[in-house]
Design a protein around this ligand. Structure first.
Ligand SMILES: CC(C)(COP(=O)(O)OP(=O)(O)OC[C@H]1O[C@@H](n2cnc3c(N)ncnc32)[C@H](O)[C@@H]1OP(=O)(O)O)[C@@H](O)C(=O)NCCC(=O)NCCS
Length: 207
């Protein structure tokens, strides 16, 4: 079943609503299988965010898929950067190319829905993917009404702590360029890539 809106009006944005778990009525910020990865970070996952990995509820994965659809539509990309079924659909791929927790992690931003305790409206999502030995920020989309409120910047220290120096995938939108400039990130990536190049050259010389 698709979670995408049936109508396809450009103006139609209906982000998915998350429900609390049956036992406590709370959002599960991350699957218990990811506890070590989260606790090894020196920064906490901000409130109002959850991490989606293989063991996350299907409804959370579908919420990421829905927001990925809005990302594709706004930026006019030609294919979805995340699908809810991708963890289970790819048995025909070699194991190294299948989606798993070691190579793919997604995040949702959410707000409690006013007047509906136990219901959370998602308003942003993103996915990181490991490419050989460096994490890439594959995509990120924040609802237009929630932009410029500091949501992405507030999550940045956690992302840096979990993924180290990561590189946003191209093409990079003008909003993202402005964001990266604001936090001085182009210089961070430049220095990291230069250092990597030098280390690679050193290890070749020694070999
Ligand atoms: C890019 C995006 C994720 C930024 O998220 P956000 O939560 O709005 O960003 P923040 O509020 O944390 O921005 C922090 C700072 O970055 C800069 N910035 C962010 N968006 C900006 C914009 N549109 N224009 C100028 N500066 C911007 C500002 O300096 C901002 O601080 P300020 O608002 O105090 O001036 C969001 O604009 C978005 O989803 N855009 C559409 C999808 C997209 O472009 N994805 C990236 C694909 S490469």
């Amino acid at each position: 079943m698709s979670t995408l809106p049936l109508t396809n009006s450009y103006y139609d944005i209906r982000p998915a609503v998350l429900r609390g778990d049956l036992e406590h009525g709370k959002i599960e910020p991350y699957a218990s299988s990811m506890s070590d990865s989260i606790q090894n970070c020196d920064t906490s996952l901000p409130n109002g965010m959850c991490m989606i990995t293989k063991a996350s509820p299907l409804s959370y994965k579908k919420a990421v898929e829905t927001l990925a659809f809005y990302f594709v539509r706004e930026l006019k990309f030609d294919r979805p950067p995340f699908t809810a079924s991708e963890y289970s659909n790819r048995v025909y791929y070699p194991p190294s190319q299948r989606t798993n927790d070691a190579n793919t992690r997604s995040f949702l931003w959410f707000n409690e829905r006013e007047g509906f305790p136990g219901h959370w409206e998602t308003f942003g999502a993103c996915s990181f993917r490991l490419n050989t030995d460096i994490w890439r920020l594959g995509w990120v989309w924040i609802h237009p009404f929630e932009r410029r409120k500091g949501h992405f910047q507030a999550a940045w220290p956690f992302f840096r702590s979990m993924f180290g120096v990561f590189v946003p995938d191209t093409p990079i939108s003008s909003e993202m360029v402005a964001f990266l400039k604001k936090i001085g990130y182009p210089q961070v990536v430049k220095e990291y890539l230069e250092e990597r190049k030098m280390n690679n050259a050193d290890s070749k010389d020694q070999g």
